[in-house]
Design a protein around this ligand. Structure first.
Ligand SMILES: [Zn+2]
Ligand SMILES: [Zn+2]
Length: 173
């Protein structure tokens, strides 16, 4: 679904209560939202929490997003938008093997993934204040074909298992 800057979706969520718990990435691939997202006050940005000012310096009480902030928010929190932008940037070319994939395909082998170069699990369980949003930014994203993606994922799984084991060993010492 295309999101325009002040779409109904954002209006519908305005003033919503912040859910508990505040940690994330148990299931979701998007970061937890900043406390300011749950503001009940117009004129304050839901992403960065800073007042939105008009040219004359007065608070703009009709808005609840800075223009740049909503772009960034949309990019980070709506994976379908992220996909669109990454396709535009990479034109479907896999960063691993260079093969070119179509934007959409029903065939599994023809699919491509938006891969987080530094893997998201490194951010797992963190609250908004602790997370590094760069993990969701363009520089950390690449196109990978299904093959290259599963290669990378299994490599990471091995690494992760090693790290976990290390941690357990340390804990038992
Ligand atoms: Zn802002
Ligand atoms: Zn590939």
């Amino acid at each position: 679904m295309p999101l325009n800057k002040y779409s109904r979706r954002h209006k519908r969520t305005f003033g919503k209560k912040k859910p508990e718990p505040k940690v994330y990435l148990e299931e979701h691939r998007v970061p937890p939202k900043p406390t300011s997202y749950y503001t009940k006050m117009k004129g304050r940005c839901r992403f960065c929490g800073v007042l939105i000012r008009k040219k004359d310096g007065k608070t703009n009480t009709r808005r609840s997003w800075h223009k740049d902030c909503i772009d960034e928010y949309t990019y980070i929190y709506h994976p379908s938008e992220t996909r669109k932008r990454i396709y535009k940037r990479d034109k479907g070319q896999c960063s691993g093997c260079g093969i070119i994939k179509p934007r959409k395909s029903r065939i599994h082998e023809e699919r491509w993934h938006v891969d987080h170069i530094k893997p998201l699990w490194e951010q797992k369980g963190k609250k908004f204040k602790e997370i590094d949003l760069d993990y969701w930014r363009e520089d950390n994203l690449q196109t990978l074909c299904t093959k290259c993606h599963s290669k990378k994922t299994s490599k990471e799984a091995t690494l992760r298992a090693k790290l976990n084991k290390k941690r357990l060993d340390n804990d038992s010492k």
